[in-house]
Structure formats: structure tokens, C-alpha cells
Write a protein that binds this ligand. Structure first.
Ligand code: SF4
Length: 480
């Protein structure tokens, strides 16, 4: 455990609504900064995970969890019926339901194995449970029920009203009457995958999904009490233009989700095989992508959504927007999240968790995952411990990416450092960003301005101790 003073990030960090609709990045700035970079859902990023971190390290972290510490749980369901060509997730495309039956049996065993490592687990309330994939609703309601029963048996889940239980939903893979059944099981948050409503784009990425189907799923969820309903979109897909995407956004606004995620498509066909079905010639250029994103910002802000950051928008009444206003926004593998203080346990093949800043990832190949569980072992693939320097840098990077502002004094107090000395090299590296009017730096603060907010990944990269050219070239998506 590192001897760190916990400084609560107070309303001092509150910020006003971000207005980005007038932002124009000139071509020179775009050329200069449109490099590859991480999305910082963790720090260190997953590229630093290694196999020196073992199941024993993870078990020790679980064993030492302080009493009363609240937890999040992530459950990964890797199955999908159809392949989307843009997909970069760890998934298994299959129509053989027997595969999922076997997987459910192993998930249930894994939940028990993990819980056994936590002697005081009934003192650690699960405050968030998130089901992701793949396609969680590939499983039947009966299978989802079995898993939720096991979660409730093995962990302490407070009453539904105070626990966020969320699920990613593909409207093509759920019967409308099952939305109510999910609500009856305690699910109260939903994220709906869409990407784009344009026919030509949908065909080009092999994800044909009607607007009506999406609308009906959302309305049904709302009817049954789901809150913070999110719609996932992607910009940068083949054949998209500002005009076509405007039409998609207009339809999205019509059904009024609480949150909207508009992810930047990362075309990395050397890493993700399905993306080889997408021709690079059909993709919008960097300047077209920027124009699309600027049009999205303008349209969403004009319709009352706040720009949270990176690729997220929310209504001012949504808990994500409220968390940001209160300085309590955080990032994890699902993107922005509302509870910075929760440790995360990942269940299922390839799942990532984080306990006391350490990261742990399960085996990625389903057969190896089954073999480990058969031996009553936690199915660890890799992970990373965390040193003091990692903690300081993570606090800086997450403050910038969540709040677009860094309170230098709070970092100095929290980590007992002199910022100017500790980050001497980084402050020099930030000078071009100051010259390009992307940030302002003084003795008290680093403030990211409107233009800089679009290039927040570049700014965070300055503080990333692991960044090198090889990483940049091979591993990450372009920032725009
Ligand atoms: S994008 Fe989602 S639904 Fe499509 S193949 Fe990937 S995980 Fe499955």
C-alpha cells in the first residue's frame, strides 16, 4: 500500500458547461497533432500489462481489500451472432447456443473462486454491476438469472435502488418482452449499440439495424424504469459525411437518450481481422472526421446535451454530467464512470479489473480460461502492479481527461511532490501546446481550452511515462 494522502476533489474542480461548437482546428494543427494515442481508460495502459503479474498477486489484492470498500463488478459475455466489421472487441461469433451454456457454467464457477479469495466480501458492497461484451443478451433470460443469483449469493449486493446494474444491449439480439424481464432482475441502466442509422454505412459495416427497432428498445427500457439510457454511435465509418451523420444524430435526438457515446472509429486492420473487410478508401479523411465530430458537438449542444469529454455527451440531469460538475468523474474500461472510489472486479474471458490501482486481466482464449477454472485457479492472463510514479501520473492524466483542468496544488499535497520539479521535462514538452493555444499553464493550474479538448489524448500523452514511438505507431488509434 502506498503512503498517499487522500485529497477529496472538491467543488473547487467544478467547471462550467463546455462550449465547443465554435471550435475550428486549422489544417496545420490537425497535421501536427493527429497522431496515434491511447484513450486512457487505464493508466498504465493495457500495453504495459505483463505476465509477471500472477494470480497470486491478484489474490493478495482481493484478500487485502479494506472492509467497507465499495466495489464494481464487470461481467464479460463474448458471444455475438453476427460480425460487425469495425469490431475490435474480444468476441466469439457463433450460432451454437451450447457454447454459451458451457460458458455460463464456468462464469458461475469463476464468481465463486474470486469470492473465496475475499474473506470479508460481505463487508464490501457491490455498488455497480456492468454486463458487457460481445453481446450480453446473447444469453437467455434464464442464463442471465442464474448468473445474477450467483453474484447475489457470493457478494453483498445492496438494494436495487442504490446499485447500478447496467447491460449493453444489441436491439437485434433481444426480444422486446425481455426488457421487462431484465428490469425484474434488477437491471436499471442500459447502453444500446447503434453506430449509425444510415443504410449505406450500416451495410458497409455489416450491422443492419432499423431505427424503429432501436427506438422501441429504448422506449421499452424507459417504460420499465431504466435510467441513464445510453446510445453508442461511431464516427469515422465508411461513407459517413457530416450530412449523413447529422441525419443519424437527428434521429437520436428524437428518441432523447440520457447519454450518447460517439466513438472515434480506430481503423487498425493489422490488429483486428474483421476490419480488413473495410476498405481504407471508403473512410472519411482526418479533416472530414473532424468536420463530422464538430457537427455532432454543435447539434448535440444545441439540443441540450453537455460535452463530457473524449466521446461522451449527457443531459445535464444525467448522473455522468452531475458527477463531472461535482469533480467526481473517473475513467475505467467502460469509459467515463461516476464513482472514482470503487475498485473493479472483472469476471469472464479477457475481463479487466483494478484493485487499489493494480490491473488484472483474465485469459483471453476461452479454452485456456476453462482450463484454469477446471484447476480451481483464478484465470489470470496478465496485469501490472503500480508504483508511486504511476499513481501520480494517473491522477494527472485522469484529472485532465475527466475535468480538462489540473489543480497543481492538490496533486502536490496528495503525492507530496513539487510539481514543477517532478514534471520539469513534461512542462517543457507542454510549451508547444501553450503556443498553439490548446492549454494555459500557470503556477496553480493547467487548463485545457476548447480546441485542446478535442486533442486531450495528446495532452495526456505528455505525462505518460511509457509512451514511445513504437507504441504510437503500432498500438493505438489516431486521436482524430
Ligand atoms: S461490435 Fe459488438 S455486436 Fe458487433 S461483433 Fe463486435 S462485440 Fe459483437
Amino acid at each position: 500500500m502506498c503512503p498517499i494522502k487522500i485529497i477529496e476533489r472538491t467543488p473547487k474542480n467544478r467547471r462550467e458547461k463546455i462550449e465547443l461548437d465554435s471550435v475550428e482546428l486549422c489544417p496545420d494543427i490537425l497535421d501536427k497533432y493527429n497522431i496515434s494515442g491511447p484513450r486512457y481508460t487505464s493508466y498504465p495502459t493495457a500495453l504495459e500489462f505483463n505476465q509477471d503479474y500472477t494470480a497470486d498477486d491478484y489474490s493478495a489484492s482481493l484478500r487485502e481489500l479494506p472492509d467497507g470498500k465499495s466495489l464494481s463488478l464487470y461481467i464479460h459475455i463474448p458471444f455475438c451472432q453476427h460480425i460487425c466489421y469495425y469490431c475490435a472487441c474480444n468476441k466469439i461469433i457463433t450460432k451454437h447456443r451450447s457454447k454459451s451454456e458451457q460458458y455460463v457454467e464456468y462464469l458461475i464457477k469463476e464468481i465463486e473462486l474470486v469470492a473465496e479469495k475475499m474473506p470479508n466480501r460481505k463487508q464490501n458492497p457491490l455498488r455497480q454491476i456492468h454486463w458487457g461484451g460481445g453481446t450480453p443478451t446473447y444469453l437467455s433470460i434464464e442464463q442471465i438469472t442464474q448468473i445474477m443469483q450467483q453474484v447475489r449469493l457470493c457478494f453483498y449486493v445492496p438494494d436495487e435502488a442504490s446499485t447500478e446494474i447496467s447491460i449493453e444491449v444489441d436491439p437485434r439480439a433481444i426480444a422486446i418482452e425481455d426488457v421487462k424481464k431484465l428490469a425484474d432482475l434488477g437491471f436499471n441502466r442500459m447502453s444500446i449499440g447503434v453506430q449509425d442509422f444510415d443504410d449505406k454505412v450500416q451495410k458497409a459495416v455489416n450491422r443492419v439495424q432499423s431505427f424503429e427497432l432501436t427506438r422501441d428498445t429504448l422506449l421499452e427500457a424507459r417504460l420499465h424504469g431504466f435510467k441513464s439510457i445510453n446510445l453508442d454511435l461511431i464516427y469515422g465509418l465508411p461513407f459517413q459525411t457530416p450530412q449523413t451523420f447529422n441525419a443519424t444524430i437527428k434521429k437520436v435526438i428524437d428518441i432523447s437518450p440520457d447519454r450518447i457515446s460517439v466513438f472515434n472509429y480506430a481503423h487498425l486492420p493489422h490488429r483486428f481481422k474483421p476490419q480488413r473487410r473495410i476498405s481504407g478508401d471508403d473512410l472519411p479523411s482526418a479533416s472530414e472526421k473532424l468536420a463530422i465530430f464538430q457537427a455532432i458537438i454543435k447539434q448535440l449542444q444545441a439540443n441540450g446535451y453537455l460535452y463530457i469529454g473524449m466521446d461522451h455527451f449527457a443531459k445535464p440531469t444525467d448522473e455522468l454530467a452531475i458527477a463531472q460538475q461535482e469533480g467526481k468523474l473517473h475513467r475505467n474500461f467502460q469509459g467515463y464512470t461516476t464513482h472514482e472510489e470503487y475498485d473493479l472486479i472483472g469476471i469472464g474471458v479477457s475481463s479487466i479489473g483494478s484493485i487499489d490501482g493494480h490491473y488484472h486481466q483474465n485469459l483471453k482464449v476461452v479454452e485456456s480460461y476453462y482450463n484454469a477454472i477446471d484447476k480451481n485457479e483464478i484465470p489470470t492472463w496478465r496485469g501490472t502492479g503500480v508504483g508511486n510514479d504511476d499513481r501520480v501520473r494517473k491522477a494527472v492524466i485522469f484529472a485532465l481527461i475527466c475535468h480538462f483542468e489540473l489543480d497543481i496544488l492538490s496533486i502536490e499535497l496528495e503525492f507530496n511532490i513539487v510539481f514543477k520539479q517532478y514534471f520539469q521535462t513534461e512542462l517543457v514538452a507542454l510549451e508547444p501546446f501553450v503556443d498553439d493555444e490548446l492549454i494555459a499553464v500557470n503556477d496553480e493550474k493547467i487548463e485545457v481550452n476548447s480546441k485542446g479538448r478535442l486533442l486531450i489524448r495528446n495532452i495526456c500523452m505528455v505525462f505518460d511515462a511509457y509512451m514511445n514511438e513504437l507504441h504510437l505507431l503500432n498500438s493505438f488509434s489516431k486521436v482524430i
